[in-house]
Ligand binder design. Structure first.
Ligand code: SF4
Length: 470
């Protein structure tokens, strides 16, 4: 795919009060305010989209999605209230950008003497952009995102995860030099493959088909990608939907695939029903109303969608986000591919097993190991075979935290108890070993000694020897 650099930024200038000019993007008034760009300890860590840090160059998005949750989160923020009062505009009629975003990022990543604050070469945390706005809604915003990414890549050793509903991520990718290619992961989000249906409730966004095309372009050009299937409306045939969307995003090329049904946040449900009706999608609106009429039908919709997706997406790739209650947590917790969220998620959810990434990011391997052992976090209740499938991916994350987790898992769980069965599992184990860094290998050996009985006769001697060779 050739990136069309002539795509309009949809920016115009309109006279206001006959004197000043107001910038308009996609029909929305543009305002700006002073604000931090990077949040080091974001709640997005629970969704496994990052290891804590997020960045956002804006506070109100260019697009208008009926289900958007951002206004619900930010409407009480003094800066947002002040802008709304001053302009007389509603939140959804504003694009709010953050002043001097690129310069501000540099400021946040350096100390008073201009030295990088996060210079540890082993700090490979993932930073996610953006929890609040689309990172590539227009050409100008995509270029700003590319500049921010460049500063993050130059000043840290972090990896960056970018999510967009636009088709402009290839433009960002092309602005990032080859030497940083392996540190950026791109994803486009959509809960449908129907261009017209999406246009009814995601106003101002590029066609879904164009987003998918851009994702495939990134995959064809060797970029790291992930899937984001959300929000998924109730389907007459969830299995067929799952099959089609898995093919469209080319699951085999995605590192992970997040998915989510439509959640109720503020007026989101009512707005989406209304948008579907006025867009001529009466049946989809009716199905949504029926499904969300009570907790049981909504829960069946979530479970049916999850089961359909988990039949076509490998469990170690799928991260189906589901807010659970006390009464539903048991069904979701520990289910491979499910990512239960919320206070009721319990100790068996993947998210709850992830310690504070911000804290872990500041510790070295020995401290992390001690921390993990103390907290008993490695006592995972996952089946050993599932763990064997997951390990290669954990190793590849290349962060001190995940290296420690995977080394511990390898030493304490896998080696003593697991007997590889068949060629596939043996190959998975060998892949793990090849990916072990010297540090992780050291931890594995030390923990193996603590745990004892690691010289399992059930483990092929050559693999064991290789794991613990100096
Ligand atoms: S793209 Fe995301 S942030 Fe922007 S309006 Fe849609 S849901 Fe909200």
């Amino acid at each position: 795919m050739k990136v069309d650099k002539s795509v309009s930024a949809n920016v115009t200038l309109s006279p206001v009060s006959g004197v000043n000019k107001t910038e308009i993007i996609a029909g929305k008034r543009v305002e700006e305010h002073e604000c931090r760009i990077i949040n080091l300890d974001s709640g997005f860590v629970h969704k496994l989209l990052c290891d804590g840090p997020t960045f956002s160059a804006g506070t109100a998005c260019t697009y208008r999605c009926s289900y958007c949750y951002v206004e619900t989160m930010l409407h009480k923020l003094p800066a947002v209230r002040a802008i709304k009062e001053r302009t007389g505009c509603k939140f959804q009629d504003l694009v709010i950008r953050r002043k001097d975003a690129v310069r501000q990022v540099v400021k946040e990543l350096t100390d008073a003497k201009g030295r990088p604050k996060f210079s540890d070469p082993n700090d490979h945390r993932v930073i996610f952009g953006s929890p609040l706005v689309d990172v590539a809604a227009t050409v100008a915003l995509a270029d700003e995102t590319a500049e921010i990414c460049m500063q993050i890549l130059e000043l840290t050793h972090w990896q960056i995860r970018l999510l967009s509903k636009s088709h402009l991520l290839p433009r960002v990718a092309q602005a990032i030099p080859e030497r940083y290619k392996h540190r950026v992961i791109y994803g486009v989000s959509t809960g449908t493959l129907d261009d017209e249906l999406a246009a009814a409730f995601e106003k101002g966004t590029p066609l879904v088909s164009a987003r998918i095309k851009s994702l495939r372009w990134l995959q064809d050009h060797g970029h790291r990608t992930f899937g984001m299937i959300c929000p998924i409306l109730p389907q007459r045939d969830p299995q067929r939907f799952a099959q089609k969307i898995a093919e469209a995003i080319r699951v085999e090329n995605c590192e992970h695939v997040w998915a989510e049904v439509l959640n109720v946040r503020g007026e989101s449900m009512a707005r989406t029903v209304e948008a579907l009706k006025s867009g001529g999608f009466g049946e989809a609106a009716m199905l949504l109303e029926q499904t969300t009429a009570n907790k049981n039908t909504w829960e069946s919709y979530a479970r049916g969608t999850f089961e359909a997706l988990s039949s076509v997406i490998p469990h170690d790739k799928l991260r189906f986000m589901q807010y659970v209650s006390k009464s539903t947590a048991e069904w979701w917790n520990g289910r491979p591919g499910a990512l239960p969220l919320g206070a009721a998620a319990g100790s068996r959810s993947i998210a709850s097993q992830t310690p504070s990434a911000a804290k872990m990011g500041t510790l070295g391997l020995p401290e992390i190991t001690a921390e993990l052992l103390e907290q008993g976090r490695i006592e995972r209740e996952q089946h050993e075979r599932e763990l064997a499938r997951t390990l290669p991916e954990l190793f590849q994350r290349r962060s001190p935290f995940w290296e420690a987790v995977s080394a511990l898992a390898f030493a304490k769980v896998l080696l003593p108890t697991w007997k590889p069965e068949g060629k596939e599992q043996l190959e998975a184990a060998e892949r793990c070993l090849k990916l072990l860094t010297p540090d992780a290998r050291k931890v594995a050996r030390e923990v193996g000694q603590i745990v004892g009985d690691h010289a399992s006769k059930r483990w092929p001697a050559e693999i064991y020897d290789e794991a613990f060779a100096d």
